[in-house]
Design a protein around this ligand. Sequence first.
Ligand SMILES: [Zn+2]
Ligand SMILES: [Zn+2]
Length: 400
Amino acid sequence: MIDDRIKEKVQAIEPWIIEHRRELHKIPERSTQEFKTRDYIKEALENLGIEVQEGYYNTGLVGIITGDKPGGTLGLRFDMDALEMEEKVDVPFKSKHDGLMHACGHDGHMSMGLGTAKVLSQMKDEIHGTVKLVFQPAEEDATTGGGAQYMIKDGVLKDEPKIEAMVGMHIWPKLKIGEVGSRVGPMMAASDPFNVEVIGEGVHASLPYLGIDPIVTASQIIVNLQSVISRNVDPFEQGVVSIGMIHGGTRYNTIPDIVKFHGTVRTFNEETRLRIHDRMKAVIEKGAEAMGAKANFNYTFGYPPTMNEEHMVAVARKATEEILGEGKFVEVERPAPGGEDFAFFSKEVPSVFLWLGYAEEGKDVYAPHSPYYEFNEKILAVGTKVLCKTALNWGKLKIS
Ligand SMILES: [Zn+2]
Ligand SMILES: [Zn+2]
């Protein structure tokens, strides 16, 4: 039985997976600077006799496992970067790099990548087609747009054999140990920053009719922006427009030349996202024009929403239930408002993004991005089993 083979193999290498997680935990690196991490992964894959492709956004790399049976090509994605923070957890494998910490679990993701590589490379007789293990830099670097889209630009999906579908997995605090969850449709939000400059004409506060008041203009625009959600977005869709900063003026009795404000937009589908952007542009630019002022609207399309495709979710659900047991796959009710650059893969090929639970009964766990972040390493074997089974099932379904 395939399931028994996977379970036995994963169980046998569990200490090996944990050991890799700990070694990687000691050497957290900044987004796009994952050099030691890349060398570590490369060596581990080559020691397993796995072919490695490089040249994807500097530190990105791909391990290729070719099955004995014909079929398609599936990509499994593992992110590599850490966060700039001082680790507050006291463990023997604590970060050796000052000011850096694997506080989002990417060390765990990579170790599951290696575990999956080891198990699948011993089960080529069961693999239909090819499995590509995609190790991706700079997931946390939203300022440059994240590593996924640059790996795609560098050909990670197009290089032979072409990746036809993708699976991603993130260690997640909302599910329990032993559970894996997902949902069809949006899984993670699009997250877009914006800033606005309202340019008027400064004048003494006693003579407003001789100038153009950017404070009154900006105030009207900000109030009107709230109508974009209430009047332009389908009530069954979600969206958030929030302004977190506003600056203007230096004196109580002087109307300034300029007012600036900054904010963020969160959405869960591309159509709503574009609609909000277009309506904001009109409200801002026309609102300024009506007051005789001028507005510069700078909107950055950050990470798009992560979208799960129906068939891919079904494949992962079945695999999870077969390998972990009935009831271990959780239908996630609502997407999370955080951003995730796996979204760029999900835009290109049918994809599924899975959450791997680490919540424990009667215990408070820290969420990702906390300096106290920690997870029970038992989950690494759970995630590895699900990834192996999902890969084997996908290849088989593709053929039949
Ligand atoms: Zn993160
Ligand atoms: Zn993360």
